[in-house]
Design a protein around this ligand. Sequence first.
Ligand code: GLN
Length: 189
Amino acid sequence: MLALQGDVREHLTALAAAGAQAVPVRRPEELAAVRGLVIPGGESTTISKLAHAFGLLEPLRERVRAGMPAYGSCAGMIMLADKILDPRSGQETVGGIDMLVRRNAFGRQNESFEAAVEVAGVAGGPVEGVFIRAPWVESLGAAAEALAEYDGHPVAVRQGNLLATAFHPELTGDHRVHALFTEMVRAAG
Ligand code: GLN
């Protein structure tokens, strides 16, 4: 669990409920010890700058390139995007998912809302999508797959061992998305 900024505690609770052994990661040695990583919702520019300051950005890129499973919600989705449409100055991403994301995409009228979202690979009915100043995926490369759409835009995406959602399942008490990611980590061995 990348624990620099954002809703770390909520993810730790959801991961534990999904049967994962989750620990906070703030240093390169801690990153080296985990088999998968969750990047929380929060503020993607802040997470990016802190990751850089903590010497984690390059090690994160290397682990993701080497196939480590990673899941990002909201700001975490932005961190896993190869490209941001409207980056703030100094904002870098880890990348790994061939997609272009638009930050705060839903606009002022609709900054925060909830919607039922059907997610491919998550059985048992739609998940409650909590969107808080959420991004959407503007365009998706051929290697990436949209698992869910809202308003005509992908809001859940998978590419190999990387998973990203524009919404926050960690805030709902429904742990199926975290269970899906935990299963991806197990399958990666
Ligand atoms: N709008 C935020 C960003 O750009 C993301 C918001 C969130 O994670 N809830 O980083």
